[in-house]
Each structure stands twice: as structure tokens, then as C-alpha cells.
Design a protein around this ligand. Structure first.
Ligand code: GLA
Length: 378
């Protein structure tokens, strides 16, 4: 059964009528441009064919009642009083309601059933998909015109200020702005995007290390702080404002750790622009080489990789049919993204799983991903 049919059926059983809307928002995989979004830089993610899907109908009361199929729980709250802030799936619903209200929208009530198949904690942005699906639900029942960029900003605000997780804008933006068959080159300063086609004959695979993101929260905040310190020492608003050519002269002003962090961000921004050009030129080899270089930079300069991630990247690179591979998302566990030759996919999957298993003793999960559209009403 499709996720849409599943939530529609569950809605009918729970509320005794068919839903009025079915909405969904995708997770994402970032092809390149890691830890650049909060430095006002460039990212090149794609929305993937894994979603948070909600079947819903408006309610006369300004209350929300929603059940999660995966968590086997429901929550009900009034829009006039959202109660205390917190974490957990229900707080993502409330936090999104809070952020949309703060953005000046008058929200209507609804009842619904939600379900998601974005792996959680894997670095594929299950929480951004969740927030954007909830935003799409509120927009549908409240008659709010759907502006993906404005909605992404509200969803990010929910995550930062309500749930209390520091993140940049990439995940919510791509969940809102994804385009089928394309990656999106997103400028995280102007919030403008350009759709970039994926080269024919190649596919994107996500290789889940089966390790979860330990220490991700504190490590992420520490890296953000180091990037801000570098920008301040260089006298710029953000590391986006430093070019690869200027970097050597500037790094003398900071200590070795902050210099390495800055070098990652500045070179990664350039790699991301080069990667968009490689995809537009239909050159998967050039794209793969940039992904490899990105991984080395994240491992050695930004230091957000782990032994399991490095083992997966090595397994991918040593298996035939792989143009390039790198860690994806915040790091400290989670997934690797690889660009593969389409005709080699089956052999690749078998080969990489065997290598990773024998190297680590862990059972990997591999997904070939299609690039999909952003948050939508079905
Ligand atoms: C997490 C954050 C994003 C981004 C990435 C690193 O996924 O949510 O905003 O900073 O890490 O590129």
C-alpha cells in the first residue's frame, strides 16, 4: 500500500469519514555543500522519495487532533494555548503551529493521521519533512497561499526556537522547493534556488551506516561557533564572504583548529558551485571527484565523520560503478551518499553491503533514491 493510501485508510477508521486533504513533504539527501548553510553559503541537496504524509480534514474548533501511525500515539491541543515547549513528535506539530502564528497567519483546526518513511536520525531530515508536512496541512485548512521559502523559514524557526535544535535552512528549504529529477543549487543567503538535472545514466544512493548521530547536537553547535569565530576574525559577515584565493592570508589570524574549519567551509562552497556546473555539463565523473574531495575535507578539516562513515565511503569507492561518495548531513553517524552508474546498481549494492559488513560487523541499509518534488497536496 502507498503511504497516501495507508493514512487515508487509517483516517477513515479513526474519524469515520474520508479525509479532505492528503499532504506530504519529502526528506532529503545532500549531494554536496555540507555545513555551508549556516555560513550563508551554497548547498546542493535533492528531495527524496521518502515522505511524511498526512491525511486530514478541517475542524470547526480551533483545535488539532493528530495520530502518528509509527509512534502509535495521538495528541490533541488548542491553537489558542500551545502549552509548554518541548521535544518529541507532538512538539514538532505544536512548534510549527507556533511559528506559523508568529509569522502572522491565523490558523484553523484540523484532525488527521500521519505517517512517515524517512529513516529517523539518519541525516535524511525526517524532522524537516515532518515540519513541512505539518505546515502544508495548516496551509491547506487555513487557506494560506503556499510559499515554500516562507514556509521553510517558519519550519526552521519551529525547530530552532520551539524544539530547541540549532539547524540551518537547507533541510526545510529543499523539503519545500525540491524538483522531480533534479538537485537544487540553493543559495542560503538569498534563499534563491536553481534546479540542476541529474546526469542520465547515473543514480543517487543513500548508504545508511546503521550508526546514529551520537553527540550530533553538541558537535554541531561547536562547529557553528568555530565558523562564527573565523568569520569574526576575518572581518566578514559569514564565511561565504571569503574566497579560496583569500583563505591562505586569512588563516594566519586564527588558531589551527578554527583555520581548518574555515578551510572546509570556504573550499566546500567552491566545490558546491563546481558540482552544479558538473551536473549541468552531464559529467558524473567530475561530480564524483568533488564528492570525494568533500568527504576528505569533512573528515580531516571539519572533523565530523566517524570510523563507520569512513568505512562506508571506502567500501563504496572500492566497489565498481561508483563515481564518488561522501558523508551526508550533519555527520557524527548516519548516512553516506554515492553517485552510481545506473547499470551497476545491483552489483554495487551487493558488493558494498558485503564489504561494509565484513569491515564493521554492522548491517547497512541501502536506498536508491529518486529526486522528487517538494511539499505538496496530493
Ligand atoms: C544538518 C542541519 C542542516 C545543515 C547540515 C550540515 O542537517 O539541519 O541545516 O547544517 O546539518 O550541512
Amino acid at each position: 500500500m502507498t503511504p497516501a493510501a495507508t493514512v487515508e485508510g487509517a483516517f477513515a477508521r479513526r474519524f469515520g469519514r474520508p479525509p479532505v486533504f492528503v499532504v506530504r513533504a519529502p526528506g532529503r539527501v545532500n549531494l554536496i555543500g555540507e555545513h555551508t548553510d549556516y555560513n550563508a553559503g551554497f548547498v546542493l541537496p535533492m528531495a527524496i522519495d521518502r515522505w511524511v504524509t498526512i491525511a486530514l480534514a478541517p475542524r470547526a474548533a480551533r483545535t488539532v487532533s493528530v495520530a502518528s501511525l509509527e509512534f502509535e500515539e495521538s495528541t490533541e491541543f488548542g491553537l489558542a494555548d500551545l502549552g509548554p515547549r518541548g521535544s518529541g513528535w507532538a512538539h514538532y506539530v505544536k512548534g510549527t503551529a507556533w511559528a506559523l502564528t508568529e509569522a502572522g497567519h491565523t490558523l484553523s483546526g484540523w484532525e488527521g493521521v500521519l505517517s512517515g518513511d524517512v529513516p529517523m536520525g539518519a541525516g535524511l531530515s525526517s524532522s524537516a519533512a515532518f515540519e513541512m508536512a505539518v505546515a502544508r496541512a495548516f496551509a491547506s485548512v487555513s487557506g494560506i497561499a503556499w510559499d515554500p521559502v516562507a514556509m521553510a523559514l517558519a519550519a526552521q524557526r519551529a525547530e530552532n526556537a520551539w524544539v530547541g535544535v540549532g539547524c540551518g535552512i537547507m533541510d526545510q528549504l529543499i523539503s519545500g522547493c525540491g524538483r522531480a529529477g533534479h538537485a537544487m543549487l540553493l543559495d542560503c543567503r538569498s534563499l534563491e534556488g536553481r534546479a540542476v538535472p541529474l546526469p542520465t545514466g547515473s543514480v543517487v544512493a543513500v548508504l545508511d551506516t546503521a550508526t546514529r548521530r551520537a553527540l550530533a547536537h553538541s558537535g554541531y553547535n561547536e562547529r557553528r561557533g568555530e565558523c562564527e569565530a573565523a568569520a569574526a576574525a576575518f572581518g566578514v559577515a559569514a564565511l561565504r564572504d571569503v574566497s579560496v584565493q583569500e583563505l591562505p592570508a586569512l588563516v594566519a589570524r586564527v588558531g589551527p583548529v578554527v583555520a581548518r574549519r574555515a578551510r572546509h567551509v570556504v573550499t566546500e562552497n567552491q566545490r558546491t558551485l563546481d558540482a552544479a556546473a558538473a551536473l549541468e555539463g552531464g559529467d558524473p565523473e567530475a561530480m564524483g571527484a568533488l564528492m570525494d574531495a568533500s568527504h576528505a575535507s569533512l573528515r580531516d578539516d571539519f572533523e565530523v565523520s566517524t570510523p563507520a562513515i569512513d568505512a562506508m565511503v571506502t567500501a563504496a569507492r572500492e566497489t565498481a560503478g561508483c563515481f564518488g561518495a561522501r558523508m551526508t548531513g550533519g555527520g557524527f553517524g548516519g548516512c553516506v551518499v554515492a553517485l552510481l552508474e545506473a547499470r551497476a546498481v545491483e552489483e554495487f549494492q551487493k558488493g558494498v553491503a558485503a564489504r561494509y559488513r565484513s569491515e564493521t560487523g554492522l548491517e547497512p541499509r541501502l536506498y536508491v533514491c529518486r529526486a522528487t518534488d517538494g511539499a505538496e497536496v496530493l
